[in-house]
Each structure stands twice: as C-alpha cells, then as structure tokens.
Design a protein around this ligand. Structure first.
Ligand code: ATP
Ligand code: MG
Ligand code: MG
Length: 550
C-alpha cells in the first residue's frame, strides 16, 4: 500500500518511543456490541491496528459491553467478522465484562479511600444537581456518608437487595469543577438486565467511564485512541487511573470522527433505518456499514486505502462519498476482469451472419494488463445491445447506433443499422443490421474507424440476471444536520433500481460472492448472495466515473 503522509498520533508516539517513555505500543479497538460496524469504525480500526503493528506491539479487540440493555451476541459475531474482513488480526479478544469483578474491587477501593460514595437520591435529582457550564453543581446530602456505610450499601447493591433506582455509586471528585464530568460522576448503577455474557450474575453495572480506562490499564494498553467527544472525559479517565492501584498507565489521545456526505454514520440512526424497514437489513448495500459496503462490492483494500488518504486529525470535516468510491475504482481498475453485460437489452439481428452458428472471438480479460490473458466471446446472429445505445431520432453528437449509422461492436466488428422493427405501440423491439466482415480483427479493415463502440452479448450464449443499481441513500449532503426534518425524510426514493432482464457473459454469471467484474462501460459489479446459479443477481459497486463530481 502506498505510504500516506504521517499524522499527529504517529508523530507523537514516535517521539515518545525515541524519548524512551514507552517500549512498544499496545492499542485496542473498543466497539460496543449494540449494532454493526460502519465506515467510521473502520477509521478507528485502521488507526489502532496500524499503530500497534508499526511500533512492534499489538491491538486487542475489546467489546465495551457495560450496557446490557442494547447489546447482543449477534453483534459481537458480526463485529469480529467485519474486523477480520478488513484484514486485521487482534492479539486478544477481551470484553469489559471480563473485568467486572476487578472493577467491583476497585470501586470498593475508592469507597474505602473516601473517593466514592453511595448516593441514594433519584436520577433526576442527581442530574439537576450537576449544574451547568456556567453554574457549579450542588453537593449531594450523601456526599459525606461514612465509607463503612457506603461499602455496606454497595455490597448490598451487588447482592440484589435494592430496586434499580434506589442507589448509585458516585466518584467523589469536585462538584465545582469546570468540567461537568468531574462533578461526582455516577460510576455504578443497579440494572436488573441479563447480560449476553455474564447472564444474571450481576445486577450492578459500571459506567463507560469507570470501565474504559481501567480495562485499558489491565490490558497494558499504552495509547487509548478515541474520538473527540471523549476529550472532556480525559480528566476523569486520568483521575481514576491516578487514584486506583492499576497495573499500567495508558494515555488517551483523541482524533476527529469520520463524517461522510449523503449518509449517516451513527449506530443510533443506522439502527432506525434497519428497525423501521427503510433498508433491508444491516447488510443492505446502500448502508455505510461494513457489512453493507462489503455486499455492495467494496474491497477491504479500498477501505484501508481510503482510511490512509483521509488521514487522522483533530479537525472536524465531512469527506465526500466520492473519495471512498475513487479508492474502490483505483483498486478494481487494476484487478477486475472485464466482461460485457447488457442491462436493458434490445434485440439486434445480424442479417448477414449465418443462422445457428457461433463464432468465437478472442477478447482481453484486461486490455491494459495482457498478462491476465484472454477469454472467448460468443458471436451469433442474434445479439443484445443496450437499449440506450440506440436512438431513432439521434442528435448530431450521438455516436452510438442510429438508423443507417455505423458502430463498432466491442471485441468484434463494425455493423450498420439497416432496419428498425417496432411493435404495435411504436416501441422499438428489434434492429436489423449488417456486419462488415472486412472489419474483423486480422482483416484489412480491422482498423477502420467509426465514432462509437458499444458492448453487446450473444442472445443464445448470455445468461439472464437481475442487476441492482444503487444511488446515494439520501438526497441531501447532510441528512442528519437538518433541524426541521427527521433525517429519514431525506431518503432518496431511487436509491435502489432493480433491472430484471440483464444479460451476462457466462463466465461472469458464474462468479462467486466477492469476485468483482468490470462490466465494460457500466461500472464494477459483484454477485449478490440473493442470486442462485439459475438466477444470478449482481450489485453495481460503483460506476466507472464519478458522475457526482461537478
Ligand atoms: P456510534 O456513534 O455510531 O454509536 P460509537 O462511538 O457509539 O459510535 P462504539 O462502538 O462505541 O460506537 O465505537 C467504537 C470505537 O469506534 C470508538 O473508539 C469510537 O470512538 C470509534 N468510532 C465510532 N464512530 C466513529 C467515527 N465516525 N469515526 C471514527 N471513529 C469512530
Ligand atoms: Mg461509544
Ligand atoms: Mg454508541
């Protein structure tokens, strides 16, 4: 992979290593298993794994499973599949829930040292007392509860003696802090929820903030890389590590989230699209989930290349979707075999081609990479061309087929359109053409120039298929940024167009999931798992050119 310019995190780590502050770099990717991974996560995965790899360390996959309300095993499985697909290998699979016992011990440690207390007020009161950015918080009447009393209550919270909202455990930090996260944050709640891994073993669960840094420390993570919304949490992250007898001292570094235009990158919104049926599932090819773009035909290589290109900064920005698509084009242009497919067939009869015969023409698999070899393309008297490649009343600049006009059939010869056959409704249903035999490859007229070349397939040898064309899922660049409308109101009703009568060369029709072809002039296509050997289904991953560029 081409070397991208460095970024502030790599530079910082390099300096730390040079100064001897650390010997190796250990990172983690910490998804919450409450949905599928999306392209934003890919940015975080690429960053975490590349830092671990580059600096002689490793990366753990840690499920941040402290909120059993929305977490499910199927999400854990899907996340692992997606990280593997991107091409990364984690050293250890860990779960924050692996550390519940240790975290509980550390909560007791804070209590015993006067650094945490059980608050018996309700959630609303606690929230109100936290104050605002301009007003300091109000101390809880339970703030000076003796440690022995808090310990007793906390142990009984764990034992299941209290109702869910009866008590919480709070760190005792500073109710007047300018940083609201330091105003005695809640670090444990009673929640009678069955956890996907620990079942009903626990009825108290640690907060994200209490679990995250300590889990990092247990795993000897050196650099805890996260997105900018956690910048305000860093003082709390550091406070907890400073006051607890943890085995190592990780550093949190924040970077900006990936934003892409014409889509949404938030699990909450993606969950709505899936649950409310706007798309057909988490792997709908229109979604920016890794499962979705994989099904659409994106390659892991293109995603990693994209992540390198966009870099890592602290500046918020919105990346055009076309940047991602270009990364895919660059990858597939090199590797994808070429084939001809007709999406909207129009029948064409070559009147001077013998009936019932097949002529095998040789065509390059990749015209710029001859080492990829050749393929045999069947020519017959009846073929299909793209309906859009014929116009009866053509404007001057139309260089494809028109009555009386000539065009070259790709990989074959030049033909002339002699006759147009219409049905009763006046619709063109067939073209009668004659071929110029002198223009076959190897013949004296092979180099004769005509303005247009069109693709085609043999009627007898091609295979019928369904083809799905995708467009942006939203009609506006920032669907989630509209204060007056729910983002789902911006969904593009034409984001999926299904063509039922496409025709493919037989080799392409046999492709397996993950095998990508360039359908010449049309784009890059991959088989969809909905297809069967009898009825292939193809997705267009991307067009050949960026039709969205101005
Ligand atoms: P969402 O907002 O989509 O729910 P999240 O941050 O809640 O995302 P997590 O599963 O907690 O989802 O995220 C795992 C890791 O991926 C975190 O370190 C998070 O910062 C990072 N991450 C999530 N979204 C993005 C994004 N858009 N760009 C870069 N990193 C992201
Ligand atoms: Mg999160
Ligand atoms: Mg989240």
């Amino acid at each position: 992979e081409p070397q991208a310019p460095s970024h502030f995190i790599r530079n910082r780590i390099r300096k730390e290593l040079e100064a001897g502050h650390c010997q190796q770099v250990i990172t983690r990717f910490p998804p919450e298993p409450n949905g599928y991974l999306h392209l934003g996560h890919a940015k975080s995965i690429a960053l975490n794994f590349s830092m671990g790899e580059e600096f002689g360390g490793h990366t753990n996959l840690r499920f941040d499973d402290t909120n059993p309300a929305k977490e499910e095993q199927r999400y854990i499985d899907a996340i692992k599949e997606d990280v593997r697909w991107l091409g990364y290998t984690w050293k250890h699979e860990r779960h924050a829930s692996d550390y519940f016992e240790q975290l509980y011990e550390w909560a007791l440690y804070l209590i015993d040292h006067g650094l945490a207390y059980v608050d018996s007020q309700d959630a609303d009161t606690i929230r109100q007392q936290r104050g605002t950015l301009t007003e300091p918080g109000t101390e809880s009447p339970f703030r000076d509860r003796p440690p022995e009393e808090s310990r007793d209550l906390f142990e009984r919270m764990r034992a299941g003696e209290f109702a869910d909202s009866a008590h919480v455990l709070r760190a005792r930090i500073d109710m007047a802090s300018g940083n609201i996260n330091l105003r005695d944050p809640v670090i444990y709640r009673i929640r009678r929820l069955t956890h996907p891994r620990t079942g009903d073993q626990w009825c108290i669960y640690p907060s994200y903030d209490f679990a995250h840094g300590q889990s990092d420390a247990i795993e000897h993570v050196t650099h805890s890389l996260c997105t900018l919304e956690f910048e305000d949490h860093r003082p709390l992250y550091d406070w907890l590590l400073e006051h607890l007898p943890v085995p190592s001292r990780p550093i949190q570094i924040e970077f900006s989230r990936l934003n892409l235009d014409f889509t949404v990158l938030s699990k909450r919104r993606l969950t709505r699209l899936v649950d409310e049926g706007y798309v057909q599932g988490w792997d709908d090819p229109r979604l920016p989930t890794l499962a979705g773009i994989r099904r659409r035909g994106f390659t892991p290589q293109s995603i990693r290349q994209f992540c390198q290109e966009i870099g890592v900064t602290k500046a918020d920005s919105i990346i055009p979707f076309g940047v991602l698509e270009n990364a895919l084009r660059n990858d597939l242009n090199e590797s994808a075999p070429r084939t001809m497919a007709v999406l909207k067939p129009l029948k064409l009869v070559l009147t001077n081609f013998p009936e019932g015969e097949t002529e095998w023409l040789e065509a390059a698999v990749h015209p710029q990479k001859l080492e990829m070899g050749t393929r045999q393309v069947a020519m017959t008297r009846e073929i299909y061309i793209e309906a859009d490649d014929f116009m009866e009343e053509a404007p001057k600049k139309f260089f494809r087929l028109k009555p009386g006009g000539e065009v070259r059939l790709r990989n074959a010869f030049i033909i002339r359109c002699d006759e147009v056959i219409k049905d009763e409704a006046g619709e063109v249903v067939e073209l009668r053409c004659s071929l110029d035999p002198e223009t076959r490859s190897g013949q004296p007229g092979a180099d004769r120039k005509v303005k247009g070349t069109i693709h085609w397939v043999s009627a007898a040898h091609s295979v019928p298929a369904q083809v799905r064309l995708y467009d942006r899922l939203f009609q506006v660049p920032h669907p989630a940024g509209d204060k007056d409308k729910d983002f789902v109101e911006h969904i593009n009703p034409e984001s999926l167009v299904t063509l039922e009568n496409a025709r493919l060369e037989p080799a392409a029709a046999k492709a397996r999931p993950g095998e990508c072809f360039q359908f010449e002039r049309l784009g890059y296509f991959v088989p969809d798992p909905d297809g069967t050997p009898e009825r292939p289904v193809f997705n267009r991953a991307v067009t050949l050119r960026d039709t969205w560029a101005k």
